[in-house]
Structure formats: C-alpha cells, structure tokens
Design a protein around this ligand. Structure first.
Ligand code: PBG
Length: 331
C-alpha cells in the first residue's frame, strides 16, 4: 500500500514525451547553431600557383590569392559570420618583418578579401608573429633567447596598424603576450582606427591539439609555447585572462581549443559581458576526419554534434574548419 506523499503514488514522470517526434524535438531544442555564428579560418600562402592540400588536415588547403577569393565568396553566400585569415610568407626572419610589410602576404590578402566580400562577412586576421618568424615563436626573442613580452607588444602594435591600413574589420591577437589587447587598442585608436574591433585569444592553451596546424602554416617552431600559452590544468586562470582582456578593450574574447575546454568556455561566458568565441582547432578537426575516413564515426552527425556542444557550453561564435560545410548541413 502506498501512502499519500510516497513517491510511488505519483504518476511516472515521462521526459521521453518531449522526444517522440522530430517536430517535437525541434520545438523544444534549447540551442541551435546558426551559420551567422560560424567563422571559417583560411590559409593563404605567398607564391603558390595552385591550392596546396594540407596533409594533416584532409579537406583543408593553403590557398593561392585567387582561390582564397572563391572560398570567402562562398562563405559569404552561405551566410557565415566571418572568415579568419592566416598568411604564410615565402621568407621569414627573427622579427617577422613580413607581418608588418604592407605588401606582405597577409596584408595583401586582407585587402583582396575585403574587396571581394565587402560587409557581407566580418573579415578577421590572425595578429601574431609565429607564421613570420624564422624561430617560429609568437614574439621576438630577447638576448636570453626567451620571448620578450614588451618588445613583442611593439611589433603587435605595428602589425595592427598594417592590418588596419589593409582594411581589416577585426584583428585577432593570438600570441598570449601580457597587455597585447591594450597595446593593439591604443595603437589603433591613436591612428584613428577606432572602428577596428578586437577578437582577443584570451584563454589560449599550450595544446597538443594545434599539431596539424603547424603543417598548415609551415611552422618553424622547435620546442613549445609553454612560457606564454596557458597550462591545460588551469581553468580559473583562463577566466582571469578573459576578464583582463575585456578591461584592456577586447570586443570579443576567445577560448582555444574548444572541446577539451568546454568548462572554460562556460566559466568565461558567465564571467564577461562581451561575446565569447571558441576555436574548434586543427587537432579536433583532424581526429574526427581520420575516424570518419576509417568508417568509425558518422562524419556529418559528429560535426553537427561537435558544434552544438561548443555552442551549448556557451560559445556565441565558433571558429571551425567545417564552417562552410556545416552551414550547408544546417540549412
Ligand atoms: C598562432 C595560432 C595557432 C593557431 C591559431 N593561431 C598555433 C599555435 O598557437 O601554436 C592554431 C589553430 C589550430 O590548431 O587550428 N598564430
């Protein structure tokens, strides 16, 4: 005999009712990723005559200046939120001269892309020296061989001005130097570029999941970036970095990588008033592609689940190599 108040006397609660049909599931879905929230990272390499496949990232290429324009026009057509440009120069040196040269590959590509897509996309660029330095570090080295924070800030300020002059909408300082957002904001404002916005790579971890990207940009790095990128063990510190970047003038803050750091995405989302981005990085892309190539995973379902999960964790914006394909799948 059940007594009033005994749980067994209550009717069975049936959450499955809300899962009975596709229409019902669609009706009650808590989150949905839209193409406008996706940003496509693209690589453009100086001196190429044909797009060059990146072996470690099947389906992704280093673009020529003209194949890049096709990719960004398609991104605009698909209603993506933006593109993030990475440049691979023919020549590298200790201070990354190619990054600030107005005719450096990245600066030329910015002008090309803005001319192609106009205001249909937010055009973003990586603001970092690693693709341009012969030692492969994100900054300039001091006499002790370590990355010198404050000398690097001067180079970032110059790089911001070169990108602004080329017509960029949003710069993405990604080198994890202290004060990089403030240095970039001050330089832009002093030159009258008050409308150029900043996507700060705020909580960027020293991650093994950047591995395939190293091939994508022909990285010269030996060793690692652990004196400037964050320790994967630390979540609170990621929030601290994001809060500091907002105080320094970041318009959007980013957590990177995404999948191993969804707790950090959530914590940052709860801590700052600005949009939060997450970067679904090269290793996350390549792992899934490799498994799918073996027939071990349902590729399209896994892509959409990945992006939905990053969004559900709190990312308003997602950088992903699947951006154009995902936009088609979502439609
Ligand atoms: C630095 C930069 C890196 C990535 C984006 N910007 C590499 C690094 O910090 O080592 C990695 C992106 C990816 O793995 O998809 N310019």
């Amino acid at each position: 005999m059940t007594q009033p108040g005994d749980p067994l006397s209550l009717p069975l609660v049936r959450p499955r009712r809300l899962r009975t049909t596709a229409a019902m599931r669609r009706l009650v879905a808590e989150t949905a990723v839209a193409p406008r929230q996706l940003v496509l990272p693209v690589f453009v390499r100086e001196g190429l005559s044909e797009p060059r496949p990146i072996g470690s990232m099947p389906g992704v290429v280093q673009h020529t200046r003209s194949s890049l324009l096709k990719a960004v026009a398609e991104a605009a057509e698909l209603g993506l939120g933006g593109v993030m440009l990475f440049g691979i120069p023919a020549e590298k040196d200790a201070i990354g001269t190619g990054a600030t040269d107005p005719s450096g590959i990245l600066n030329l590509a910015i002008t090309d892309v803005v001319a192609e897509v106009g205001d249909a996309l937010t055009v973003m660029s990586d603001l970092c020296l690693d693709e341009f330095t012969d030692h492969g570090h994100c900054g300039v080295l001091g006499t002790d061989g370590r990355v010198d924070n404050d000398q690097t800030l001067q180079r970032y300020a110059e790089m911001a001005l070169a990108q602004a002059a080329a017509g960029i909408d949003m710069v993405g300082p990604s080198g994890m130097m202290d004060g990089q957002v403030r240095a970039v904001r001050e330089a832009l404002d002093a030159a009258g570029h008050v409308e150029v916005s900043i996507l700060a790579y705020s909580a960027k971890y020293a991650s093994a999941f950047f591995g395939p990207f190293r091939e994508a940009v022909d990285s010269s790095l030996e060793g690692d970036r652990r004196t400037y990128q964050q320790d994967p063990a630390n979540a609170r510190e990621g929030v601290r970095e994001a809060v500091l970047d907002v105080a320094e003038g970041a318009d959007v803050v980013m957590v990177k990588p995404a999948l191993g750091y969804l707790d950090v995405v959530r914590a940052v989302r709860d801590a700052v008033p600005v949009p939060v981005a997450a970067y679904n990085v090269s290793g996350e892309y390549s792992m899934l592609e490799a498994a799918a190539a073996h027939g071990w995973i349902d590729r399209e379902a896994a892509i959409l689940e990945t992006l939905t999960s990053i969004h559900r964790a709190g990312a308003d914006v997602i950088l992903t190599y699947w951006a154009s394909e995902a936009a088609r799948l979502i439609r």
